[in-house]
Ligand binder design. Structure first.
Ligand SMILES: [Zn+2]
Length: 419
């Protein structure tokens, strides 16, 4: 993550209830040997009592076990059909599966150097696909229409809890972030007066890790480029055909933001082939001094191609940086006058800090722009008045001086026009 995102205390609690419920339902289905939970012929279910008995053992559901079991069994066609496929697995397989789900869910709350038990259910047996489909459908119910308040151990303002409530809390807890926390490249949301529209990323994709589809640490609103076009269903835990540990991933809500622990290098492409790349330079995200987070940076780039995407729009970032610099010099009344490499260098140093403090997290590409200003400054320090940044600013200064004279003439003319 380029930007730190804050945890969502309400969503954490609600979705933890949902994870506990999913596990309880799987446990109940696990204990039924080889029978249909769902009678396809009559549409009847004998599952309600079995589930109530299971929920009686869970503190958070005990006093609402009947209503909760009814909510589940009422979704008979969608939830019970896949569950009855799961129930047909062997006792040992189902036991292992449920244990694996529980340990994976806990691991994502406290990631450490361990690997997940469950992944890629595509080539699995029908009973596993039953579990997967059950979890898929559960997530879809959250999206629309949302979960009934009866499922939750704490009181709730509305009747339902849905994906829109999750997004609303994300916005509330992360008020200073307007750009995508992953790529810094564009806004993560668009709004009408009453609703926020955004993509909610399953960081560990639900096609591979269906048991994380409602995990609060696996869900984050991000831009649709990151979500759909770039990452898609790629497995974050697979890098160059090797499985990596979960702690090597830049997980949402977990590690420090890279914007405070990394910097961006401006590098000449060598050799440079214009047919291949539009720009002779590229940007590269690097670890800060004395910070060991290269693995996180590699993972972020592997998944979301963050610095490659910045490099692809380098011309735009440069133009934006120059525009800012011009505006800043105009405001600091340096435009065209007393311009020396030394005072331009000190202005660039100040502008880096202002951009970092005022714009990063709010304007797209402000983070790489800070480091582009640093690259301009380095160039200026080395090449002094021969550097291209100095020459551009000097030419602009002459232009703005000319323009200033035109503006003053126009002002005189406007004022003198009225008799
Ligand atoms: Zn993004």
């Amino acid at each position: 993550m380029i930007h730190q995102v804050s945890r969502l205390p309400q969503d954490d609690k609600y979705l933890t209830d949902i994870l506990a419920l999913q596990v309880a339902v799987l446990k109940a289905a696990r204990n039924i040997p080889d029978i249909d939970i769902f009678d396809h012929a009559t549409g009847n279910s004998n599952f309600q009592l079995i589930l109530e008995n299971q929920l009686a053992q869970e503190r958070r559901f005990r006093d609402r076990r009947e209503e909760v079991a009814r909510w589940i069994t009422r979704k008979s066609a969608t939830l019970l059909k896949p569950l009855s496929r799961f129930a047909r697995g062997s006792q040992q397989d189902k036991d292992d599966f449920v244990q694996g789900v529980i340990s994976d869910l806990n691991l994502l709350f406290r990631p450490h150097a361990a690997s997940l038990s469950i992944f890629v259910l595509d080539n699995a047996g029908d009973w596993q696909k039953g579990a997967r489909d059950f979890l898929y459908v559960f997530y879809d119910l959250w999206k629309d229409p949302g979960f009934d308040k009866i499922l939750f151990s704490r009181s709730m303002a509305g009747e339902k809890y849905s994906r829109l409530d999750f997004i609303a809390e994300f916005e509330k807890e992360n008020p200073g972030i307007y750009v995508c926390a992953i790529c810094d490249g564009s806004g993560y949301k668009t709004k009408t007066e009453s609703r926020v529209y955004t993509s909610v990323e399953h960081y560990l994709p639900r096609s591979i890790y269906p048991h994380f589809s409602c995990h609060p640490r696996n869900l984050i609103p991000i831009c649709s480029f990151c979500n759909s076009y770039i990452k898609g269903d790629n497995d974050p835990l697979l890098r160059d055909q090797q499985r990596i540990g979960i702690s090597e991933l830049p997980l949402p809500y977990q590690q420090d933001a890279l914007k405070d622990k990394a910097w961006v290098a401006y590098l000449q492409r060598n050799p440079y082939n214009k047919a291949e790349h539009p720009h002779p330079y590229r940007l590269e995200l690097r670890s800060a001094r004395n910070v060991d987070n290269l693995s996180l940076i590699i993972s972020l780039n592997h998944l979301y191609k963050v610095d490659e995407r910045w490099s692809g729009v380098l011309e735009q970032i440069e133009e934006q940086a120059f525009r800012r610099l011009f505006q800043f010099l105009t405001l600091s009344s340096l435009g065209g006058q007393a311009l020396t490499p030394t005072n331009l260098s000190s202005q660039l140093r100040t502008l880096m800090a202002i951009t970092d403090l005022e714009n990063v997290g709010k304007d797209p590409y402000a983070f790489p722009m800070v480091w582009l200003l640093k690259a301009f400054r380095d160039q200026l320090e080395q090449e002094k008045d021969q550097s291209s940044v100095y020459k551009s600013i000097r030419d602009w200064g002459q232009e703005i001086h000319q323009r200033w004279i035109e503006i003053q003439d126009r002002a005189d003319e406007l004022h003198n026009r009225v008799p």
